[in-house]
Design a binder for this molecule. Structure first.
Ligand code: ZN
Length: 285
C-alpha cells in the first residue's frame, strides 16, 4: 500500500489531452472492498451469502432500520446490548417490535431471523453516563451531553462484527445519525468509516456498514417508516418502540410513550410534529 497504488488519470473536465491529475491515495482505503486490492487476493469468505445484522435497541431509529433491512435482505438478524441501562424497558421494547413486525408484515416474517442480546455490563461499568448511572442529564465540560457513553457505538460495532462473522452475515445496519442529533462523535459517518476499515482489516472481512438514517432529520425518519411499511409501520413505531431516557411508558402521546421532557422525547416529538405538519409524507426506502 503506498505510492505504487497511485495512478494518474485524465481530469475529464476539459478537452486538453495532456492534462493529468495525480490522485493522492489515502494511507488506508476504507470503502468496501477497496483495501483488498492493495493486499493481493484474499479469500472471500462471504461469497454466496447475503444477510444483515441490525443493531437493534428497540428505539425509533433502530426500529425503522430493522424495517429498512427487512425490505432489502433475505435474511436479517438483530443484536441488542445489555450494558446496564437504567431502564430494562428498552430491552423489552425490542421483543414487542419484533413480534408485531412478524404479525403484521408477512413478507418480513420469512426474513426475520434470530435475535441476540449480548451482555456488556462490564463496559457499562467502565463508561458510566447518565444512562447507566444515577447522574443528571446535562451538558458536560466537553460540550457533550452527560447521556453520551464514551466509546459505546465503537464497542457495539466490535461485538456486532464478531457476531456477524460467526453468523455469516456481511452487512451491519445501524441507526446512527449526524442530523438532528446531540453531537455524539461516534455517530458521525467519518468515525464509522474509520472503524469499518479497522474491522475489515482486523477480521479479514468485507463487511459493509449501512446507516440509512445518517443524513435524515427526525421528521424524515417518520417519512421513511411510512415509505417502508405505510401507516401500520408508523403505528407500530409509535406504540412499541421506546426512546425516552427516563424509561417512562405510562402515557401514550401521538409520537409514542415517554416522559415528554427529556432530550430524547423532545427530539422524537418535534420530529413527529414536523412530519405531521407537512402532511405525513412518505420517503422511499
Ligand atoms: Zn423522555
Amino acid at each position: 500500500m503506498g505510492q505504487s497504488a497511485c495512478r494518474e488519470v485524465k481530469c475529464g473536465l476539459c478537452d486538453v489531452p495532456d492534462v493529468e491529475i495525480r490522485q493522492i491515495c489515502p494511507p488506508v482505503r476504507l470503502s468496501r472492498g477497496e483495501w483488498i486490492a492493495h493486499m493481493g487476493p484474499m479469500p472471500k469468505t462471504n461469497m454466496g451469502r447475503s444477510g444483515a445484522l441490525v443493531l437493534f435497541s428497540g428505539g425509533q431509529d433502530s426500529t425503522v432500520c430493522l424495517a429498512w433491512a427487512l425490505d432489502r435482505y433475505d435474511r436479517v438478524e438483530t443484536v441488542g446490548f445489555d450494558y446496564g441501562q437504567r431502564h430494562a424497558v428498552e430491552l423489552a421494547a425490542r421483543q414487542a417490535v419484533r413480534e408485531r413486525m412478524v404479525a403484521e408484515f408477512p413478507a418480513w416474517k420469512q426474513r426475520l431471523g434470530e435475535d441476540h442480546v449480548l451482555e456488556m455490563r462490564g463496559f457499562g461499568a467502565v463508561a458510566q453516563s447518565a444512562l447507566t448511572a444515577d447522574r443528571a442529564i446535562e451538558m458536560t465540560e466537553k460540550g457533550l451531553p452527560s447521556t453520551f457513553v464514551p466509546g459505546r457505538n465503537l464497542a457495539f460495532l466490535v461485538y456486532a462484527a464478531a457476531l456477524a462473522d460467526r453468523r455469516g452475515l456481511t452487512v451491519l445496519v445501524g441507526g446512527m445519525c449526524e442530523t438532528d442529533f446531540s453531537g455524539y462523535p461516534d455517530c458521525r459517518r467519518d468515525t464509522l468509516e474509520a472503524q469499518l476499515g479497522a474491522l475489515n482489516l482486523g477480521m479479514a472481512q468485507d463487511f459493509s456498514l449501512e446507516t440509512p438514517l445518517m443524513w435524515l432529520t427526525k421528521a424524515e425518519t417518520w417519512a421513511l417508516a411510512k415509505g417502508l411499511g405505510g401507516e401500520p409501520l408508523v403505528a407500530l413505531t409509535v406504540e412499541e418502540s421506546h426512546t425516552c431516557y427516563q424509561g417512562v411508558r405510562e402515557t401514550l402521546h401521538p409520537w409514542g410513550y415517554g416522559c415528554g421532557a427529556c432530550p430524547a422525547c423532545d427530539l422524537r416529538a418535534k420530529g413527529y410534529d414536523t412530519w405531521v405538519a407537512s402532511g405525513r409524507p412518505e420517503l422511499a426506502g
